[in-house]
Ligand binder design. Structure first.
Ligand SMILES: Nc1ncnc2c1ncn2[C@@H]1O[C@H](COP(=O)(O)OP(=O)(O)OP(=O)(O)O)[C@@H](O)[C@H]1O
Ligand SMILES: [Mg+2]
Length: 431
């Protein structure tokens, strides 16, 4: 059975206020999506925050089993709610891409996007990169704008070769954060959020959602963004706005991208949802279990190296950790990016660890990078060339889309002439 359009599915999340708590009757849900999982979790958290509790019941048996496998029951309980979902064994989690999880911090965003990337990459590299950028951008938005925790979940739909993922928060909503740039109501806020208006108003910001739209539609995927009583569904052919019968308190997002046909685990009965990666293939493409985002400690100890080179022939070229010593010395600092990068705070960490002096030359070594987000790229450019007053940034290697993000941000911030892009060997200027 084909899943229903997500905007209609959101209307299934209508809670009824009763003396015993808030009741959510899911009897009409024939296909449970990540949208439902994060939406129900958000309702459970909101109910608790507002001194009530959520009571979830009625989900048809096959969907209830799936919901339990995706940890919905334990999430409802965590917020003091009640449900009639069955107990299932952990073994049954084989068909989830990412079971329902809370999203509390940028570190959670990195951990969960790494997990998803690892699971999808051996199977479909392009889908893995798209998912990494989209999930990281939408997750980062929860941390930056919502003023509340969020929830994330992802699944595969085997027969249709779809990867579907969702993020929800019970925060202030789009209208609250976009009112200052003209959002008069929820529908206007959803429109502004997707259109890139933030970038036009605030140079160096506003890359996350428009890039997510571009990446998902380029893969012929679809997405839904909803907040308050407004939702917009976006696909390659255009955007359709909807008014929700059951307004959503906060912001909810779902995206889906086609991927190659997933391979179910051997020995598992063929189901409608299946594991995207055969166990034998896991981690081969992404190089074992070493973290794809570096920890802070590794950043300090390994990722950066600094040299001070003479600017004038005959000068002493002593290296003192990077500070220019006297006339004629130029501080040259290298930031070696790990395999995945995302999040504005992560760019801050990297630059802080550099101990940059004004006027320094910076080399961004992106030779190992597999996927990086546009908002990370923008934050990096801003921190280095604007706030950090580096004299120049030279980017070496890296995926074309990432270097394009750096160039776009540099253009928006008026520092384009101080950023150059080179091929992996560091030779020949690419631009
Ligand atoms: N979860 C959210 N809650 C409230 N407002 C949000 C949320 N997500 C996005 N927004 C609003 O939508 C705007 C556009 O989001 P987008 O991700 O495109 O840009 P940004 O987050 O401002 O900048 P960047 O993504 O470059 O860091 C945000 O500036 C914010 O006003
Ligand atoms: Mg953003």
């Amino acid at each position: 059975m084909a899943p229903a359009p997500p905007s209609r599915l959101l209307d299934a999340l209508a809670v009824r206020h009763t003396g015993a708590g808030r009741r959510l009757d899911l009897a009409d849900v024939r296909w449970l999506d990540p949208l439902h999982l994060v939406g129900v979790a958000a309702h459970a958290q909101l109910a608790q925050r507002q001194g009530s509790r959520l009571i979830v019941h009625g989900l048809p048996a096959d969907q209830a089993t799936y919901a339990a496998r995706m940890h919905l029951g334990r999430m409802i309980e965590r917020f003091g709610g009640e449900h009639d979902l069955p107990d299932v064994t952990e073994r049954d989690l084989h068909d989830s891409l990412l079971e329902l999880q809370p999203l509390r911090s940028p570190a959670d965003v990195r951990r969960l996007t790494e997990l998803v990337y690892r699971r999808v990459a051996p199977h479909d590299e392009a889908a893995a990169r798209a998912l990494h950028v989209a999930l990281a951008e939408v997750g980062d938005n929860v941390c930056q704008h919502a003023r509340s925790i969020g929830f994330v979940a992802a699944q595969t739909i085997g027969e249709r070769g779809l990867l579907r993922f969702a993020v929800a928060d019970t925060g202030v909503g789009l209208r609250a954060t976009l009112a200052s740039i003209g959002a008069a109501d929820d529908a206007g806020a959803v429109r502004l959020a997707l259109s890139g208006e933030r970038r036009r108003r605030t140079p160096g910001r506003g890359y996350g959602l428009p890039s997510t739209v571009r990446i998902i539609t380029a893969l012929r995927g679809e997405l839904l963004l909803a907040s308050g009583d407004a939702a917009a569904a976006v696909r390659t052919g255009g955007t359709a706005g909807h008014r929700l019968a059951a307004p959503f308190h906060g912001t909810i997002f779902e995206g889906s991208v086609p991927a190659g046909a997933p391979v179910p685990d051997a020995g598992q009965p063929a189901g409608r949802r299946s594991c995207p990666v055969p166990a034998s293939a896991r981690n081969t493409l992404v190089g074992g279990s070493a973290p794809l985002y570096q920890s802070r400690r590794e950043v300090n100890n390994e990722v950066h190296r600094a040299v001070v080179r003479p600017n004038v022939a005959g000068d002493d070229a002593a290296s003192d950790g990077g500070r220019p010593r006297g006339r004629g010395l130029v501080s040259v600092r290298t930031v070696r990016l790990p395999r995945l990068v995302a999040g504005r705070d992560y760019a801050d960490e990297l630059v802080q660890a550099l101990g940059l002096a004004p006027g320094a030359e910076v080399v961004i070594d992106a030779g190992e990078l597999l996927s990086g987000t546009p908002s990370f790229a923008a934050a990096l450019v801003e921190r280095l060339l604007v706030a950090g007053q580096a004299s120049s940034v030279r980017v070496v290697g890296g995926p074309a889309e990432f270097t394009h993000y750096l160039q776009t941000a540099a253009g928006d911030l008026g520092v384009r002439s101080r950023l150059t892009v080179h091929d992996a060997a560091g030779a020949g200027t690419v631009s």
